[in-house]
Design a protein around this ligand. Structure first.
Ligand code: ADP
Length: 491
């Protein structure tokens, strides 16, 4: 055990490291729609290196069942009372890559979609939250910390401390906000019916916000500690612009709110050993990256041109990710004859349609691959020259870190974790790991793209920037250390 942890534990009158249970709607590689899954899948592995037993509890989504059912073990079952309903709940167990995972099984709630949307999603995750608390006494694993993630599990601390009548004992609750824009807002009657929460809690002091019962707010009020996924975002969400109505409670709890930047799984995202890319490379053999570019161009139907700068994106297609700027600027950028653009993503219909149409306007130069593909994403990260991420806001962002790991230079807006992780190119010193712009403005984005194109003309500059990007440390071990400190501090 690290000396620092020993001392910290001593100050708490303990000798043993805390045990942790992470509750989350998704967990890579089992189920994934975005960065949350990556974090929940990776953090336990890094915590294990520090001697912390961290396990995961997550829904047994159909996509998991289809792939892993022959490897899971049925532990026990019970019924969850949800308003007037009594719903079956099975607890299955799976060990994957050394991570111990409990799967909450109910085919009605966890069918084809990880997130059902609307009120159905409220019921889905109200069920999950109660299932976690009901299962806890029988898991055979007694955590000190229940680590909740985003609104889907944010009701757990409140339920434990109210409906379950203080069942938590010495259990402490940490809430990590991965994205404050999603809060889980429902009518009071609905929440009362589902969860049986006393009407005295439907006030601004507890879970009311803008006339709704708000799951994330309940988490912010009842969790023992709150954190978010980058130091910069932890500051931002205390302001009205980023706080989405929660800035008041977060400012009030400022002393219990911190930011820990996420990392990526360096074993999964490693251009030197990645089985999903056609040519492996490292910072000393960057010419092999070009083979990946050619393979990508061929696979997605772009002109096979090693000299053409290839801009890529792998993303959820939502307003958050800056698609308004791309809509505004794409045609102007494509005036630069050489430029190629590839997007792998899925999301809002409006942006999907926009990209599909753009593909028709620029045959051989622009590809809109609308869909989700883990396998293709690796080739995109490896084959691209620049990674565009002009987010309106970005709690942490993993894509820019993955891109840098593959020597693909990110072009980002200076917000949230993008500001914490990308070092903008300095033309005087030559330092940098990417490019950035400050305001959410299409012309500022264009200027950053033009600077990138300028650098592209100089192989020497590109090589140096790629090397610096690949040398940056985005592993999870540093973040895991900070989580460990936080867990111990919470005991
Ligand atoms: P967010 O969590 O807001 O979606 P992040 O940048 O933190 O954004 O994480 C996104 C993760 O999801 C990355 O691992 C990215 O590669 C992956 N991803 C997003 N969209 C797709 C897609 N269409 N296909 C494959 N992977 C995707």
């Amino acid at each position: 055990m690290k000396k620092e942890f020993k001392e910290l534990l001593q100050s708490k009158g303990r000798t043993e490291l805390p045990k942790v249970l992470l509750a989350s709607a998704e967990c890579a590689p089992l189920s994934k729609t975005g960065g949350l899954a990556d974090v929940v899948g990776t953090l336990p592995k890094s915590l294990a290196k520090l001697g912390i037993d961290a396990r995961v509890i997550t829904p047994y989504h159909r996509c998991i069942k289809e792939k892993y059912s022959d490897r899971t073990e049925h532990l026990f079952e019970f019924y969850v009372n949800l308003g007037w309903r009594r719903q079956y709940c099975g607890i299955e167990y799976l060990e994957l890559n050394g991570v111990k995972i409990y799967l909450v099984d109910n085919e009605f709630y966890f069918g084809d979609r990880i997130y059902k949307g609307g009120y159905e999603e409220g019921e889905q995750y109200a069920f999950f939250s109660k299932a976690v608390l009901d299962a806890l006494p029988n898991l055979g694993f007694c955590p000190d910390i229940l680590h909740c993630n985003d609104w889907h599990t944010a009701m757990i601390p409140m339920l434990a401390k109210t409906v379950y009548g203080g069942m938590q004992g010495s259990l402490r609750f940490l809430l990590t906000i991965h994205n404050i824009a999603y809060q889980g807002k429902f009518g009071f009657d609905y929440v009362q019916d589902l969860l049986g929460i006393d009407s005295k809690y439907y006030t601004p002091e507890f879970m009311e916000l803008q006339g709704c019962a708000n799951f994330l707010k309940a988490g912010c009020v009842f969790a023992d500690r709150i954190n978010t996924v980058s130091p910069n975002y932890a500051e931002e969400i205390k302001t009205a612009y980023f706080g989405e109505g929660l800035e008041g409670i977060l400012s009030a709890r400022s002393a219990e709110l911190s930011g820990i930047i996420n990392g990526i799984d360096l074993a999964v995202y490693n251009p030197h050993s990645d089985p999903l890319i056609p040519a492996r490379y490292d910072k000393g053999h960057l010419q092999r990256k070009e083979l990946c570019k050619l393979a990508l161009q061929e696979r997605i139907g772009l002109e096979k041109r090693p000299d053409a700068p290839l801009f890529v994106m792998v993303t959820r297609m939502t307003e958050q990710k800056g698609f308004d700027l791309i809509e505004r600027m794409l045609d102007e950028l494509m005036l630069y004859n050489d430029m190629q653009f590839m997007l792998l993503g899925t999301g809002d219909r409006r942006y999907e349609d926009f990209m599909r149409l753009a593909e028709k306007r620029y045959p051989g130069r622009l590809c809109a691959y609308i869909g989700y593909s883990e396998e293709l994403s690796h080739l995109v990260y490896a084959g691209g020259d620049f990674y565009l991420m002009p987010s309106r806001f970005e709690p942490c962002g993993l894509s820019q870190m993955i891109a840098m790991r593959y020597g693909t230079l990110p072009i980002v807006r200076e917000t949230g974790g993008l500001r914490d992780s990308v070092k903008p190119y300095n033309r005087y010193t030559g330092e940098g790991t990417g490019f950035s712009f400050a305001n959410f403005n299409a012309h500022e984005m264009k200027d950053a793209v033009l600077l990138a194109l300028d650098c592209y003309r100089s192989p020497e500059v590109m090589r140096s920037l790629r090397r610096q990007a690949m040398e940056a440390d985005f592993g999870f071990d540093g973040s895991a250390c900070e989580y460990a400190r936080l867990y111990i501090w919470m005991l």
